[in-house]
Write a protein that binds this ligand. Structure first.
Ligand SMILES: [Zn+2]
Length: 409
């Protein structure tokens, strides 16, 4: 629940003469008061100030959050078969994510028929050039359909659409997506996967391993061939696995492999998050959400487009009660920032690195992800209380797109 506050006059200074505005708050990494100057959508300076006005004294400024796995949001699905996906729907999901401090995200399509994937990628490709989205969508994530079809490893992906890696199909999908599939998540043990990984890597597509049951040899070979990251490590796995021969040890043991983890408090236990973080560190960990269209909707029971009953609990857990399988998440990465600090004891600076700088670095989006001159003015201002972030303002490319108590733009 968002608590309204009064608009704070003087916090934003705007000069029409040079179109420069400044904002002030606590630097998320140094803990010191700073003034950030923005011009033409770009950060032009970040300078220390002696003291903030009392009303601003608890508000942090950080680079906007970057979520690399967004299946949908606020009633808008990117992934469904009978999709009502429209440019207005994409804009609505984007605006709702802005309210959560998410300034960049990758709409994510999961395992589905070739026809549905093609159609949805074509629809989404229009968002790349939609000026009102302010560049919040730099590309897409394809999770599946080249995953392990076995129950458990497959997660909630529909079995009938799981298939072997097919480079021709991927190229066709990527063309439909305007050439902007930035990441594909696949199972490296499937026939043809290693060659597929090499081709993706050569063409600059980030390969993630996920929904897989790869052994050490298969996993290490995938990394040698260019795989960069594990998608939502700890999930997309069977409940019953061998204590020795399971996909976790090779992924944790391989120092080159980054991980993304869902820190909503349901997908992983706090001790799992802690152990993963201890091994990979803030440099190789990304906070992701796997958030679905049911996020930001009221708790209750819903029927999916494939006729399955899912439940969103008041606590924010989204699951298929009949199969005892989680059905993606209902919490944006914003919740993950507070949770990872709580679960691991990491600093705010480290948490922000894992939700902003690291994904930008992974996809070579050098224009964003840090609070530095020359970067896009994608900024989030927030307070933290008991590990819960309250978003106060969000700027995307210098535009104030959300202000608490003043509704969205
Ligand atoms: Zn998944």
């Amino acid at each position: 629940m968002i608590t309204c506050i009064a608009i704070l006059p003087g916090m934003i200074h705007f000069s029409a003469a040079n179109a420069q505005q400044t904002i002030e708050g606590i630097h998320y990494a140094t803990g010191k008061p700073v003034r950030v100057a923005i011009e033409n959508g770009i950060i032009v300076s970040v300078k220390p100030v002696k003291k903030l006005a009392e009303a601003y004294g608890k508000t942090y400024i950080a680079p906007g959050f970057f979520d690399n796995q967004v299946n949908g949001f606020a009633g808008v699905s990117f992934a469904f078969g009978e999709s009502d996906l429209t440019s207005e729907g994409i804009a609505k999901a984007t605006r709702e994510l802005w309210k959560c401090g998410v300034t960049t995200y990758l709409p994510t399509l999961t395992t589905n028929s070739r026809e549905v994937l093609l159609r949805n990628f074509r629809l989404l490709a229009g968002a790349l050039k939609d000026e009102k989205l302010l560049g919040a969508i730099p590309g897409f994530h394809l999770e599946g359909p080249f995953i392990n079809p076995e129950d458990g490893f497959r997660g909630a992906h529909p079995k009938q659409f799981v298939r072997l890696p097919d480079w021709n199909e991927f190229q066709e999908l990527n063309r439909a997506a305007g050439g902007k599939i930035l990441q594909v998540t696949l199972a490296p043990e499937m026939q043809g996967a290693q060659e597929f990984i090499k081709k993706c890597t050569e063409s600059g597509v980030v390969v993630a391993v996920g929904h897989h049951n790869a052994n050490k040899g298969q996993l290490d070979l995938a990394v040698t061939n260019g795989a960069k990251i594990s998608t939502h490590l700890g999930n997309g796995c069977a409940n019953m696995i061998s204590r020795h021969y399971n996909p976790f040890w090779p992924q944790l043991a391989n120092d080159q492999l980054w991980i993304s983890i869902i820190c909503d408090g349901f997908h992983l236990l706090p001790e799992e998050v802690l152990v993963f973080y201890k091994i990979k560190g803030a440099g190789k960990t990304i906070i992701t959400s796997d958030v679905t269209s049911y996020a930001a909707l009221p708790p209750g029971t819903y029927t999916t487009q494939t006729g399955e009953t899912i439940e969103l609990t008041p606590e924010g857990k989204l699951h298929l009660p009949a199969q005892q399988v989680l059905y993606g998440s209902a919490s944006p990465v914003t919740k993950g920032v507070g949770n990872i600090m709580k679960f691991t004891g990491c600093s705010l600076s480290d948490a922000i690195q894992m939700v902003s700088a690291n994904p930008a670095r992974l996809y070579h989006l050098d224009d964003r992800g840090t609070l530095e001159p020359g970067k896009r003015a994608d900024l989030v201002m927030f307070t933290i209380d008991d590990y819960k972030l309250k978003i106060v303002r969000t700027f995307v490319k210098g535009d104030l797109v959300y202000e608490m108590g003043n509704n969205e733009k």
